[in-house]
Design a protein around this ligand. Structure first.
Ligand code: SF4
Ligand code: SF4
Ligand code: SF4
Length: 360
């Protein structure tokens, strides 16, 4: 299949925007970038994976994603191939082969490319390669143009279509905030079979090669992600050809920005730049409107909540005052009645004394 026209369009658009604003799309310069030297990655050894979905559950937990309709411990979902989505940054799929009794399980998520096509397609820099190795997303910069979704050769970024206001692009973050705190990515920490190994990308490549050399019959002689699309931070070892496990082996080793330098030579820059500029302005305007509407609704909700709170407080105070008043009236009445009773008793007393005098 190779690089699709849609993907090439996405990258070219980004390169055009990069030309408009030098430095915005660094990777669009067509120069090969070998990655941050000390960056991290994850090695997924497919031969160890048992399809337990513990990584999926951990991912949703650490990223505050909602629970799926079917619980994580229900493995019936493995009967169908599932794509990534705005509420599933990672999924495990099962592959059954006639020649084998045991199925093969493959975990997928963003591969965190060394030169990400999504980041180079993003002309407002909402996506960028971080020195941890993660491709990180800043929703506050995103204009919702979705070029990243077109550009990604692995079809990773998902979009919150169901959110009317401020929808976001959603994908695996490599748990970069956890990495910065010295913790493991959520999925790696949860995997009970060591099918996921976290470490420096260079060390992971050495470890993967060691495993292949030690057990050449167990693995195909290929570390997926070492060179694909210029290299990715997520690496894979497999017992079968990667294409038989739904992974693209037709991508080549050039990173996305390297494609655009040649293509742009034959495309009038003004046309590309104009399209990007207009799309960008429209997208920014739409995003601003959405944010303004969002803020307006939040302000209305806040004011209503405050008014309700004030009303509740006033009613409580009024009730307290009424109770106090009622208590005071009762006390007054009781006091009055006691006084009257006392006066009556005092008035009756001499008569009683007189009566007792007559008898003696
Ligand atoms: S896999 Fe796709 S979304 Fe992830 S970094 Fe690469 S291009 Fe971007
Ligand atoms: S690295 Fe983090 S965000 Fe990515 S799949 Fe694993 S748990 Fe999810
Ligand atoms: S937790 Fe580990 S063994 Fe279980 S499905 Fe995920 S990668 Fe495979």
């Amino acid at each position: 299949m190779g690089i699709t026209r849609r993907q090439l369009f996405g990258w070219m658009a980004a390169a055009g925007a990069g030309a408009l604003a030098p430095g915005v799309a660094k990777a669009a310069a067509g120069k090969h970038f070998s990655g941050y030297p000390e960056s991290f990655g994850v090695l997924h050894d497919i031969t160890h994976c048992i399809g337990c979905r513990k990584c999926e559950a951990a991912c949703n937990e650490v990223n505050d994603l909602p629970d799926p309709d079917t619980p994580f411990d229900d493995l019936k979902v493995l009967q169908d191939k599932r794509p990534l989505s705005a509420t599933a940054y990672t999924v495990v799929n099962r592959y059954q082969f006639e020649s084998a009794s045991e199925p093969v399980y493959v975990k997928t998520q963003c591969n965190h490319c060394l030169e990400p096509a999504c980041a180079s397609a993003c002309f407002v820099k909402a996506l960028r390669k971080d020195e941890t190795g993660a491709v990180v997303y800043d929703a506050s910069l995103c204009v919702g143009c979705r070029y990243c979704m077109i550009a990604c050769p692995f079809q990773v970024p998902a979009y919150e279509y169901d959110k009317a206001f401020t929808p976001r692009v959603m994908k695996c973050t490599l748990c970069y905030s956890r990495i910065r705190e010295g913790k493991l990515p959520g999925c790696v920490a949860a995997c009970p079979k060591e099918a996921l190994t976290f470490g420096r990308r260079d060390d992971l490549i050495k470890e993967a090669q060691r495993r292949i050399n030690r057990n050449p019959g167990q693995y195909v002689d290929h570390i997926y992600g070492r060179f694909e699309m210029g290299g990715t931070s997520w690496l894979y070892l497999s017992p079968r050809s990667f294409s038989s496990l739904g992974m693209r082996e037709d991508l080549g080793v050039k990173a996305a920005p390297e494609y655009t330098s040649g293509a742009l030579a034959v495309v009038p820059m003004a046309v590309t730049a104009g399209v990007v500029l207009l799309t960008g302005i429209y997208a920014i305007a739409r995003r601003r409107e959405q944010i303004a509407e969002d803020e307006r609704q939040a302000a209305v909700a806040q004011t209503r909540a405050r008014a309700e709170e004030e009303m509740k407080q006033k009613l409580t105070e009024q009730k307290k005052a009424a109770d106090k008043e009622r208590e005071a009236i009762v006390n007054r009445e009781v006091e009055k009645a006691l006084k009257e009773a006392e006066q009556e008793r005092a008035a009756d007393k001499p008569a009683a004394d007189d009566d007792s005098g007559k008898e003696t």
